[in-house]
Design a protein around this ligand. Sequence first.
Ligand code: GLY
Length: 572
Amino acid sequence: MLQRKTLILILITYIGLLNGCRQQTSYQGYSSQKVAVSDQAMVVAAHPLAVQAGIEVLEKGGNAVDAAVAIQFALAVVYPRAGNIGGGGFMLYDEIGGKTVALDFREKAPLAANKDMYLDAQGNPIGGLSTKGALAVGVPGSVDGLLLALEKFGKLKDRKLVMKSAIDMARQGFAISSKEAERLNKFADDFKTLNPYDFPFVKEGDWAKGDLLIQTKLAQTLTDIQLKGRDGFYTGACAAAILKTMKTSGGIIEQKDLTQYSSKWKTPIQFDYQGYQVNSMPLPSSGGLVLKQVLKILEPYDLDSLGFQTAESIHLISEAERAAYEVRAKYMGDEDFYDVPTAQLLSDEYIKTLAEGIDLAKASPSQVTPHTHTKTLESFQTTHTSIIDKQGNSLSLTTTLNSNYGSKLYVKEAGFFLNNEMDDFSVKPGVPNTYGLVGAKANEIAPEKRMLSSMTPSIVKKDKKAFLVLGAPGGSTIITAVLQVLLNVIDYKQNIEQAVNSCRTHHQWLPDQITIEKGCLSTEVRNALTAKGHTLKETNYMAIIKAIHRTENGTLTGVGDRRNPDDHAQGL
Ligand code: GLY
């Protein structure tokens, strides 16, 4: 009898241990899937473990907003180059039977910021000041925005549920992908210079695929947010840790900046294109405005008969992009601080004048400013999530730290990277930022102002239902990537997988060049474009789209981009 009891006890202990082990290892085996089909619900995001967190919430009865919040907190753990609590972003939400709303939780300039803060005594930009370290940091908006969205539009509104996966993954650790290992090794020197102490992102020797990344401090901060809501981030231990980091690293964010940060609900930019209703992000994102201007310039043309990626069609699209990005550089910024003539910029008359400036035979050179434009489009660090839930609600969410791992400055006692979004301001008229974008007074720095963005979370509707949900990371190339996927589907009748994976081109006024993904366009087309006066510049790849397409009968196809090995699409 005793023997039997002992045996049962041993068995129970063994099963318990096994479960424990299984829990410990559950974030170590995963693979990405680029295409998924479902007639229920769909999620596409930048990492399989984050998508899984969203799917679990949908399975428990959550809606697209509940799932999006779970995914974003999970991305802050498993996709630290861009997923974040130390950054900001934009969300577009289309509630079935309701209206489409936009949420702006973009970072703000600190109260102590001023327009010349990155210039030396001679008025020249001090290299690196707006991109690395404490002065580059804008007041983070992600936690405020995500929790506000959850409270207003979530179905379950349950912080305990939606933050569980993120907290578990931070505490137990997860196996990093080979791409993550590559990035962590690439930025190791910056990490060590800016954070001269032991922290989870630096280890002896190189990182390799499968290494466990454990983020105990981040787990604690996420738990505080789970328990206390926004106060778990903007006050208390986390806020104290941010302020300590600022003090020791020469930053200017103060408690008042954190306490008074607030997200804003906005009306999306809405317009028709070829019978589809496009919804996209308003200022301080330039995404919706530029997208409307370019699409409306192109609408009168029969692109299909001009041909896909012929010299004629690429010339026309590039010239339309050139015109809209010039407007972006000269007039766009945070409307709360600068009187942007938004209505005029969106008007048919104004867009007609832009269209009339296009010469179909030759390139119109962009006006050259005194500053050189040597910046190359190197790395894309924002992150995007597209969701359609079972009820048909759709959500398009783009968040960012700006550069990879943002400012690279880590909040030691709270466990996360801070953004370097201040570089999205125009530090001086005509001086290009990381993306080669120039700006003017409309986007100059002012206390509490939001910096201009290119993030373009979008929802395209047909007959009142989501037809395409899409967006991307990719800095200045986000807008033209969203544009090309729309054109590929609507004008060129490509299926969504082709539309996302087709190679892309990009023009942003300055630098005056068409950027082309490697291997894209035939030699003949390239020569014809050069003959029209264009300068061509190759780059490895540009923005990384995450898209969902709905057919008339309701079938959803989710597509993660071939450009990011970790992109993952999954249906319910
Ligand atoms: N940080 C990139 C953007 O907002 O455009």
